[in-house]
Design a protein around this ligand. Structure first.
Ligand SMILES: CC(=O)N[C@@H](CCC[C@H](N)C(=O)O)C(=O)O
Length: 371
């Protein structure tokens, strides 16, 4: 696909962000684009809102996989694009519009000119939540075409276009979502002594939570607890009987997640006594760390140098990715792609540079041909 077409596809996808397992328009759009490619070597299957496309190899000895995630985030877009999201309140603020476009670009080229091995393109729903990778891997559709190695990319706003970055071993953290509900006794704002104020309980809980990281986790084993949303009450002069915290736990070591959870639970027991309330905890979805296979990262580094792109040795990051589940079972790697945006991932003003699309298609195609 030429640059104009890649840009058009990215912009079309940018306009229709859908959250996890609701990617119906996205799936239809991708299927339409795929049907415009040379079909001789292609086999296409759908799984829920995802798509698997196998490009049959000329003389296959193995299957190489490439995965692109499909979902958007519930973020209200605040860019000045003239192709802003048409889905009010949803935005491709994590670059999945880029990831899908790059997958399509490489697929179009492979469909015209296949390699010896089979290549499996996985368009996967629900990366941001509740997690599409694990159920997809368990599906018969995936198992029939299970690849022998797999790779994926993620846009990196802080890196310049033309740069690729990754490392052997641990790249992304273990994660767990965190939802905490507080229930007490509401009442008139003027009579706090007759109530159990859940706004006070929840806000205290948020500050105390940081002690789990600073006092309960070995300082050499990093952890993060972030509360991204607080909800509670209905009106300014009524004491709230319900409050809810929504957040995420991140750790570099899989075992630390359990330590964090145990400590949150014991804090909650203390709060139930102190605030005379009940607290419910739900961990939502959990993602396994992204751990790259050294052999493939080394091969990839050579390919990137041959393509004349800049290599940046990555550090491990506290981002999460359900691609970690693929790498738990199948060797491979994930890499960061420089897209040079002043605003970062999950920001309503994220504006990745579209010049990175051509760079990435070249990098992915060359990796498929030379790995
Ligand atoms: C690359 C990236 O930004 N991934 C997301 C994955 C979210 C997992 C889950 N919903 C959670 O918040 O734990 C991230 O926020 O790192």
């Amino acid at each position: 696909m030429e640059k104009e077409m890649l840009t058009k596809v990215r912009r079309d996808l940018h306009q229709i962000p859908e959250i996890g397992f609701q990617e119906y328009k996205t799936q239809k759009y991708l299927l339409d684009v795929i049907s415009s490619f040379a079909q001789t070597h292609l086999e296409v299957k759908t799984w829920k809102t995802g798509i698997l496309v196998r490009v049959q190899g000329e003389n296959p000895k193995r299957t190489i996989g490439f995965r692109a995630d499909m979902d958007g985030l519930p973020i209200k877009e605040d860019t000045e694009y003239n192709f802003q999201s048409l889905h009010e309140g949803n935005m491709h603020a994590c670059g999945h519009d880029f990831h899908m476009t790059i997958g399509l670009g490489a697929l179009a080229n492979l469909a015209k000119n296949p390699i010896d091995d089979h290549v499996l393109f996985v368009f996967q729903p629900a990366e941001e939540g509740p997690g599409g990778a694990l159920p997809l891997m368990e599906s018969k559709e995936f198992k029939q075409w299970q690849p022998d190695m797999i790779f994926a990319l993620h846009i990196a706003p802080e890196l310049p276009v033309g740069t690729v970055s990754t490392k052997a071993g641990l790249l992304f953290a273990n994660t767990s979502e965190l939802f905490i509900d507080f229930k007490g006794k509401g009442g008139h704002a003027a009579y706090p002594h007759l109530t159990k104020d859940m706004v006070v309980a929840a806000s205290n809980f948020v500050s105390q939570l940081q002690q789990v990281v600073s006092r309960k986790i070995d300082p050499l084993e990093s952890a993060v607890i972030t509360i991204g949303k607080i909800e509670g009450g209905f009106v300014q002069n009524v004491i709230a009987e319900h409050a809810r915290l929504e957040g995420t736990i991140r750790t570099l070591n899989p075992a630390s997640i359990d330590i964090v959870k145990k400590n949150i639970e014991s804090f909650a027991k203390g709060f139930e006594m102190n605030f005379d309330c009940s607290i419910g905890i739900d961990y939502g979805s959990n993602y396994y760390q992204v751990f790259n296979t050294e052999k493939y990262v080394n091969k990839f580094k050579n390919i990137i140098h041959l393509e004349g792109l800049d290599w940046h040795e990555a550090k491990a990051a506290m981002t999460g990715e359900d691609f970690g589940y693929f790498l738990k079972e199948i060797p491979g790697f994930m890499f960061w792609l420089g897209v040079d945006s002043a605003y970062g991932l999950h920001h309503s003003k994220l504006k990745p540079n579209e010049d990175a699309l051509v760079v990435a298609v070249k990098a992915v195609e060359s990796t498929l041909r030379n790995l």
